[in-house]
Design a protein around this ligand. Sequence first.
Ligand code: ADP
Length: 821
Amino acid sequence: MTPEQKPDKDKAEKLSEWKEELPVIPLRNMVVFPQMIVPLFIGRSKSIKALEDTMEKEKMVVFVTQKSEEIEEPTAKDISSIGTLSEIVQLLSLPDGTTKILVEGISRVKIEKITQDAPYFRAKINRIEEPEGMTIEAETLVRNVIKNFEKYVKLNKRIPPETLMSIINVDQPGRLADLIASYLTLKVDEKQAILESVSAEKRLKKLLEILDKEVEILEVEKKLQGKVRKQIEKVQKEYYLKEKLRAIQEELGEETEGEDEDQPELGEYKKKLETAKLPPEVKEICVKELDRLKKMPSMVAEATVIRTYLDWLLELPWKKKTKSKFDINEVRKILNEDHYGLEKVKERIVEYFAVLQLTGKIGSTILCLVGPPGVGKTSIASSIARAMGRKFIRVSLGGVRDEAEIRGHRRTYVGAMPGRVIQSIHKVGVGNPVFLLDEIDKLGADFRGDPASALLEVLDPEQNKEFSDHYLEVPFDLSDVFFITTANQQDPIPRPLRDRMEIIEMSGYTEQEKLEISKGYLINKELEKHGLKKDQVEFLDESIQFMIREYTREAGVRSLERSIATVLRKIATEIVSGDKKEKVKVNKALTEKYLGAPKYHFGLAEETDVIGVATGLAWTEVGGDTIPVEVTTMKGRGTLTITGQLGDVMQESAKAAMSYVRSKADELGLDEGFYRKYDIHIHVPEGATPKDGPSAGITIATALTSALSGIPIRRDVAMTGEITLRGKVLPIGGIKEKFLAAHRAGIRNIIYPFENKKDLEEIRKELPSDLKFYPVKEMDEVLKVALVKMPAASKSKEKKTEEKETPQRKSPPSIEGQMFT
Ligand code: ADP
């Protein structure tokens, strides 16, 4: 929309013909100046109505600018009070409903009073007289404005140079200002300010200010552009010259010295290359890369890539090793020094070292410590490092899904780096550390390749002598690294990896063991970490037990360690601030003061025996846990609902339990058609944790029987076992963790599959002595122990079996010859 200067005489002379009251049209982001002809698009229906009306009569409107362009329906207070009286020269209705008009600005007007709001604005207006003629001040201003406008046009490519000619011919200073203002790309409020300046001098001054600022901005922009261009030209020129020089050198078959001057780091690399102990093939690569770097301008991106690559090659410990030893006595001594209990684990490790000492070969099998968090896996590995006199490094593989994380990215990738193995070796600075690969059961795999196979290469003694990292491109010898791996569970470890490993299982601790570990190790370690001495703080047994029972619920001792640290931190603060002078004896009350209200309830979950709720035992990667299984029945049509995020196997096991109960309805004294009359809902709470596995079978069947017969389940009994359709109880895994979890939850009676009896015998000594065990072969036996009383068989059955009322029991029955305590 370029405004055009109106060539003919001032139409304002015809003012007497115009009415004093005219339609007003608000404009969003435009200012119409007097004497200009501008095209406008009008879209708002209110404005179109105003146009239609005026076209039939006076063909005049007043254009005013809105104070904010966002307002869709401006009211009288949203529009400026000074506008431009304009004549509609042409009107064209477009097919999209908008109207295009050509208007000619006539004169500045003041809106005195809005006389009508709808269907469009009308207002009483007053023409603003503009003084004519040229004063001295105006003349000076005009000259300056024209000078600056010339500069502006030169710098701004969007204004055609001919514009200047049309400006010079204007003799009215006020009109000149309006004309220039309409050419500039200004903000609406700046334009409006010029429209509102009535005297020519004032208008010109404002314009001069604006022009000064605009010219300055344009000049800075131009300077910047020039600088950037020069920079690019310089790099290109350098590159070109260097290439040329290289070509000349090649032609002459000679090498020139002297490039080092502008790349001082080249000298440093050379020095490093001489002092670093590198294998010959690595040295060769470094020399080649250094040569490439020399011939490259230091600014190009590729030079940075080469420099990073050289840094890696020069800094890796290709030959650097710590002196180390295999001495089983030392290993035994240090493992005992650092850890309480764990006899079997320690013995297995000592045996492993005995073989190492004899064969002198490491790596044929890799140690893999499997167990829940906080049972001392990392700490055993670091003790092994200490016993061998080697450095220790740990890398977690949890969530690694990309092969490149193990083996690195090729150098062609932007920001490529070696994989975690080489990075760790670089960090530890020697080629023979004890290297702990944590959580190998959490390795993932996706389209980016399988990290497990890369890991296999890392661990395989046949291959790891020449481990190839994609980034390094030269093989690195990992055969002297002593790898140890850890996992929370065995099953998810990829099969080929598992075959390479010697699995050592570590299980959770009993309350007694946790107490000993705290007293013998954790507290001392934390005291030292907090800069405290034994004669300053003492933990009473009652406080440790309180923390174990009511602030933690875990298989290991990690949270316990953290709780001890919290207490010590608070005590340290008190000692430093002078509040505590004598030795602090941490008892139960003080523990609660420091740790806040207990997090867990110790003891049985339920106050009384409940109908339809049985306690099952689960085995997860963080150790064992108790899980309640709830069943309710409602009048209905036999729908079975199972909720609580159960996996497929657990769902099937629920259905098997249901079928068992149905087939035994008679014997259990249940209404035969119960499954047609009731809706049954099985729910395993804590829905956020996905649960799976068959071992909840007997728990679900017990809860179902209780819910249907109305007989409560004993709250101090927990159970685990798979169920068949005929009610046989099948063996399950993870018994130690499960039984420890039951004990943690305050339960002392445990029903478990008879076939697991030999497993229990093996670990009986490691379990708390107050647990009572009930091995079972059939579901009947489960119900006998778990239900408060046995359900009476229904009438039809009673005739066949001898009628006998099962007495209500307070304590569980002892099953002759089967009870195992
Ligand atoms: P994990 O690696 O199995 O998750 P950590 O090795 O990190 O467990 O053990 C957590 C903390 O408990 C460590 O400070 C560790 O020294 C300590 N700890 C675990 N088991 C024992 C133990 N049997 N004797 C002494 N300290 C132990």
